[in-house]
Design a protein around this ligand. Structure first.
Ligand code: ADP
Ligand code: GN1
Ligand code: MG
Length: 348
């Protein structure tokens, strides 16, 4: 690790470098120097992102674009160069490391402490989408093709079921049935997109609450982070993924399902913030399908967790056995409650 750190142009001498945050994909470290100066050091997950260089090109383009609109250094991610002047470090064994300035005075929440916190994250993701509206999307490479293609996620699920390499399907029959029963809904948004009724925008695609930094004094949004998945996508996916994670009353991997509920209050707070952040840019069909985004992103993420459980936890980082199955179960509970909530509203 020390020789990785030494290859970046740091302010001061490194005094500690510890694992940090609760992301499921990259290896993230908080690096502190004697200045004192704080950095976020990350090893990009090669298994998830085979084209890590394309990904880094995207991040440079996106952060430059955001900085042109708002030059405040705490409002966009800033990469720290290597001593050789590179934007990131590619090691001899093929790993890609990057160093970001730590956004000082920021809070990163795994759970909203008040509905207003979630509303602020909504404003941040809505504004992100607004800021990217004039970005030429053809300049971005599609780092993870079909990332929010729910039918394609179902195809991968069926393949995992067929292969069942660890014989885990037998212990997850109820969950498998649950997700298979809903496969018919999976193409709802994609069909609207393919039929030209929903526009493709430049979206974040991973809008968890812990991918936004809030100001620790004002609790207003500072910076949208985790830009690995910025690609063309649907407004409903960004809205939906944030609701999936943020409008739950419990952690994504909570084992006690009695604690897991879809909170209407949290949902409305996120919705209000997101719409404010988007300005008047969303079309009537986009507005109408935001709740479908929430339902389908929850279903899709649950399918992804269950697929990963069947394949042996090879994608999402886990810290205990069965964690991906637990995650798939919380998404089931949320899906059911969202189906009820949105159906009731449509009926009014
Ligand atoms: P992953 O893709 O694994 O989710 P993230 O890029 O989201 O990785 O980083 C993991 C965590 O590190 C974030 O949730 C946040 O707590 C923290 N983090 C990342 N970048 C910064 C930054 N520039 N300043 C402060 N904290 C950060
Ligand atoms: C991953 O990287 P992180 O932890 O912010 C995943 C998202 C999932 C999420 C589930 C690149 O997000 O798609 O919704 O876990 N990111 C990638 O918590 O697959
Ligand atoms: Mg993250």
């Amino acid at each position: 690790m020390r020789d990785i750190i030494d290859r970046f142009a740091l302010e001061g001498l490194p005094i500690s470098c510890e694992r940090y945050g609760s992301g499921h994909i990259n290896e993230t470290y908080l690096l502190v120097t004697n200045r004192p100066h704080l950095y976020i050091l990350q090893k990009v997950n090669r298994r998830v992102f085979p084209d890590a260089e394309g990904l880094m090109r995207n991040i440079l383009l996106v952060t430059e674009h955001l900085r042109r609109k708002d030059p405040d250094p705490r409002h966009s991610l800033s990469l720290v160069p290597t001593r050789e002047g590179g934007k990131y470090l590619k090691t001899e064994d093929g790993d890609l490391w990057r160093l970001y300035e730590f956004v000082t005075g920021s809070l990163c929440l795994d759970r909203a402490e008040t509905p207003a916190d979630l509303g602020q994250s909504g404003a941040a993701f809505g504004r992100f989408q607004q800021c990217m509206a004039d970005f030429p999307s053809r300049e971005l490479c599609e780092v993870l093709p079909g990332f929010h293609d729910t039918p394609a996620r179902y195809r991968a699920f069926r393949e995992a079921l067929r292969a069942d390499p660890l014989g885990r399907a037998a212990g997850a029959e109820r969950e498998i049935d649950f997700y298979l029963e809903r496969e018919k809904d999976a193409g709802f948004l994609k069909d609207l997109l393919d039929g030209g009724r929903l526009p493709l925008r430049v979206t974040h695609n991973d809008t968890k609450l812990n991918n936004v930094l809030l100001d620790d004094a004002t609790r207003k949004p500072l910076c949208v982070i985790d830009l690995d998945t910025v690609m063309p996508g649907l407004a409903a996916s960004d809205f939906g993924d944030a609701v999936r994670f943020g409008a739950s009353t419990a952690a994504e991997d909570e084992r006690d399902l009695e604690k897991v509920h879809f909170s209407r209050v949290l949902y409305e707070s996120f919705r209000e913030g997101f719409l404010y952040g988007c300005g008047d840019s969303l079309t009537p069909i986009e507005l109408e399908t935001l709740p479908d985004g929430a339902r389908l992103m929850t279903l899709e993420c649950g399918v992804r967790f269950l697929t990963d459980h069947l394949l042996g936890d090879v994608y999402f980082q886990t810290t205990r056995p069965g964690q991906n199955l637990d995650r798939a179960r919380t998404q089931m509970k949320l899906t059911v409650e969202m189906e009820q909530a949105f159906r009731r509203r449509e009926g009014c």
